[in-house]
Design a protein around this ligand. Sequence first.
Ligand code: IPM
Ligand code: MN
Length: 360
Amino acid sequence: MSKSYNIAVMPGDGTGPEVVREGLKVLNAAASKFNYKLELTEFDYGGDRYLRTGEVLPAGAADELKTFDAIYLGAIGHPDVKPGILETGILLKLRFELDQYINLRPVKLYPGVESPLKDKGPKEIDYVVVRENTGGIYTGIGGTSMKGTAQEVAVQNMVYSRFQVERALRYSFEYARKFGKKSQGKGEANTLGLVGKTNVLTYVYDLWERAFHEIGKAEYPDVKREYYHVDATCMWMVKSPEWFDVLVTGNMFGDIITDLGAMTQGGMGIAAGGNINPEGVSMFEPIGGSAPKYTGQNVINPLAAICAGAMMLETLGEIEAAKAIENAVSKVTATKLKSMSAGKMGYSTSEVGDLVAGQF
Ligand code: IPM
Ligand code: MN
């Protein structure tokens, strides 16, 4: 009997709907071959709805989304809405309310894709960043005083509890054990690298570092442990990305280094991510944003959304289907696409979707 999954689809703003359409095209094309079925329910959360109704998310939205097996998101961000309103009101709110405490962001150069890193290919650029997704500076704890005066003071705190750190670390150790380079036959060890700043953030990353070694030693002795400062990590992401296997870090550092990682893998057109609650409902998205200037032109690259769809299948347990979609994307990047950039692919958005879907 085929398995059926209830998916909440949030196409969102800008080019979100265009890329989600292609993602669903591919997920549906693979469905009969891999014996699953997707029941889709669409939600119109995003900038247009906000401008129409004055409401970012209706009351009870998160509770309703909790009843689905997964959420498939296009993009949030509208040129007519002041920056911050939709991002915090929809994206961050859902990450927090659904307790999606992991943001999984693979940095993977697909064959045929040009990287700005000289002499680095798919073999060298192939690692995963686990970004803690509900803590750190993103909690918004802090405040201002004497705002608007010359004496204004602003504080935004980096907040981490042992609980938050431990669960992010355990997820990362498990991930490294299952999907690290040794497990994939690509290296000698499964390695988890903690990215921090223990030389300056002597409270927060000290907590991370102690928990990292304690948990690693007691529960994951088979996973090799490394520690890197975040600034040095940026250096090595450019110079020697092949050193990395699985990296784990706090929310803010993770946000920053994954944009750098995305560029090294060919740009936002191909970078996918998952906001994961391992015990609950997860949300998958291309990490590139709404790219409003390309809206409706059928030129945006849908591969990031397609890869986010594959990650969603993997998390739902459809591992074979997820792998097959990744392979289909690899074939298309290796043999067809001229570039990953909007308007320069040599194909339209829908044609790229057709090319990938055509492999099934
Ligand atoms: C991301 C984005 C978001 C973040 C913004 C839009 C709030 O940059 O998903 O990386 O900072 O997490
Ligand atoms: Mn970001």
